[in-house]
Design a protein around this ligand. Sequence first.
Ligand code: FRU
Length: 523
Amino acid sequence: LNYTEPYRPQYHFSPAKNWMNDPAGLVYYNETYHLFFQYNPAGIEWGNMSWGHATSKDLTHWEERPVALLARGYPENVTEMYFTGSAVVDVNNTSGFGVDGKIPLVAMFTSMYPVSQELPSGKNVLAEQQSQSIAYSLDEGETWTTYDTENPVIHNPPSPYGAEFENFRDPFVFWHDDTQKWVAVTVLASLHKVVIWSSDNLKEWSLASEFGPYNAVGGVWECPNLFQMPIKGHPSIKKWVLVLGLNPGGPPGTVGSGTQYFIGDFNGTDFKADPASIYPDNKSANWMDWGPDFYAAASYNGLPEGDDVVQIAWMNNWQYGATIPTSPWRSAMSVPRQLSLKKVNGKVTLLQQPQYSWRSVANHQTLKHSWKSVSKGSTSLDSPGKAFKIDLSFADHDSNKSLASTFAIAVHASSDFKQETLIGYNFTSKEVFVDRRNSGDVSFDKTFASLYHAPLSANADKRINLQVFVDWSSVEVLGGQGEVSLTAQIFPDGNSTESRLVSTDGVTQDVRLRITGMDSAWH
Ligand code: FRU
C-alpha cells in the first residue's frame, strides 16, 4: 500500500478508496480486532451502503478485507442497503448458526429498503423502511450469510411509533451477563428516543423499554452505544454509559454532527440516567467530543473480561463529509479511545485516553524541551513533520497583565505561518481550543473555517495538560485526564510542516513540551 496521497492519514484507518462513514460491528475475536464500516463500493459519496471490513492485531495496523455485506442487488438494482449496526461473538451458539462446533459471529444492522417489496421471509416492507436484520459468519468475518428466512428480525418500530418506520435504526447489540440475555439498543431517530430490546437467541426480540428525549435533541439521534464500566477509585461501583450521535446538533460552536453521553444504570431492560447526567429543558448535554469531527462512536464487543472499553468514531461530519478534498477515498476513523469513568470536580465523568497501541508507530524523532517562561509572541520550534504526537503542559493562571491570555502550539504551518492550525488554551475563558480558520483548504464548506472550544479547568497542580494526535489531515486533542476531547480535520498544504508556540498578550509559565514522531502504519 502506498498511502501517500495528499491528506492521507498515516496512523488512522481509512479505506484505500471510496466513501466510508460509521464504524460498525466492532468485535474482537481470536486475537483479531474487526472493524466494519459503512461503505460505498462504487464511489466517494454516500450510496449503495454496504459493510466494508478491516482487521488488525493491535488497533493501529489495519488490513482492508473484502466487502463483508454487499448491498443486495448491487450494482444494478439495490433493494436493500446495510446500514449501521454491531456484531457479537455468539460463544454459546444461542443463535444455532454455529455448525460443526464453529462459533458464529452474528451481526445485527439496519436494513434500509429503498423500494417497497415482499422479502424472502414473506414479510412486507415499505419504500424507505428501516428494519433490523441479522447475518452470521463462520469464517471470522470474511463472508456473511444474511438470515433471509426470517429477516428483518425487528420488523417495525414499537406500535405507538409505527409511523416512524423510516427513522428506526442502528442496533447496538451486546451480551448482558446479569440477565444472561442479548440486548439491542436502537433509536427512533426523529423522536429522540432510544428503544431497547432483549433476546435469548439473537433471532427473536422483545421490546424492553424506551429512553428519551433528554439533553441534546438537535436534528436526529443516531448510533446508540451502551456499555458498563467501573468508576476509577471505586471499583465496586459500576455504571452504564449511553452514547448517542446527534445530527445536526453537536456541541456549542459546531455545525453538523456531534456526540453526547449519559451516565446511569441499566438492569437488562431499563436505562435510567443519573440525575447529574440530565439537564432540565434540554438546555445542555454531556459532550463526548467538543470538535466537529467525531461521530457514530462505537465500542468493541468481545474484548477479554476486565479489559477497558475501547471506542472508535467516524472522524468526519455530515455537514461537509461528502465534500472534503480527499481522493480516491473519503473519511477516516478516530484514534481508538480507551474509556474510563472517574469523579472529576465531584462529578462522574467519562475520560478518554488513546488506546496504547499508537506507541507501535511512535518513532525516535522526539523533541523535548521545557521553558521556565515562554515569551510573549511566537517561539519557533524544529519542524515536527506531518504526523506526530504532542504532550504539552503549562501552568494555569488568573488574569494578570504580564501573563498570556492564550497559549497555543501551531502545527501544519507554512513557513510564513499564514497557514497554521492552532491548538491551545484560553486562560480567561478556561477553554481548550482548536483554531482551523487558517488550516489550509477550507473552501469546500462555508462552516469549516472555525474555532472550536471545550471547557477545561486546571488539575490539582494548577497545570493544563494537553495530548494532541496530529496526522496528515486531523488533530485530536485530549485535555486534562481526558475529560475533554476535541477532534477536527484539517487539509493543509503538503509542505506545511512548521510548528511554533504562540503566547498572546504576555508570557506562559512552566511549559513542558514533548513531540514524538509517528511513522506510517501502512508500510
Ligand atoms: C449515521 C447514519 C446512521 C445510518 C448510517 C447510514 O451516520 O446516518 O444512522 O445507519 O449513517 O449510512
